[in-house]
Write a protein that binds this ligand. Sequence first.
Ligand code: ADP
Length: 231
Amino acid sequence: MLELQAITKDYRSGTECVHALRGVSLRFRDNEFVSILGPSGCGKTTLLNIIGGLDRYTAGDLLINGVSTKQYRDRDWDAYRNHTIGFVFQSYNLIPHQSVLANVELALTLSGVSRKERRARAIAVLEKVGLGDQLHKRPNQMSGGQMQRVAIARALINDPDILLADEPTGALDSETSVQVMEILKEVARDRLVIMVTHNPELAERYSTRIIRLLDGSVVDDTQPCTADEPQ
Ligand code: ADP
């Protein structure tokens, strides 16, 4: 459903040009749990942002359900970002003084969904991440692991086909990291999850596929033998 064909990304500033991606070709199935590993600056975030339609590629093609995005207009990218993609970041990006429920509902306020349905859907996704009893807490009263679960719930509110997570456990201790990974693994049962991580142990333990980048190129693409269950 998602395919990158020889994607390159150059960042230019003045006379400087950084080759952030140098011809990346990848094909993803509908329900994989993919970890992207590699040293700082190798292009992981750039790759995730291109897949998520947050950043445009310089050359190559991104195929969505077999359709080229070369002719995509702004409104096509908007629709893709809003309906196909969910994003989770290391820094949660929650509104600290609003309730958990409000934070998750907010993602739907511009979508034309009725207030009643917004609430019902927010409660459903919060239950899915194990926070059904914390609806009226505020993020500033929560632990990092709980905040990341709120952020995952928010990313799932539109039932996206693809969940992208940029170092979702980067700010968490190992115990809460495991809780978040368990949830992402569950989420990946019926959608594609692509995660950037600096933690090879978590990648080995939870993901069904590990892609290693080095200097803008894919250098390794394997299925860890230690993944809990074969998919
Ligand atoms: P990673 O996520 O693996 O740390 P990035 O995708 O953030 O790597 O960055 C890849 C390369 O592109 C790095 O050399 C980085 O400095 C450069 N880069 C990233 N974003 C920009 C930008 N907006 N402008 C210029 N260079 C950038």
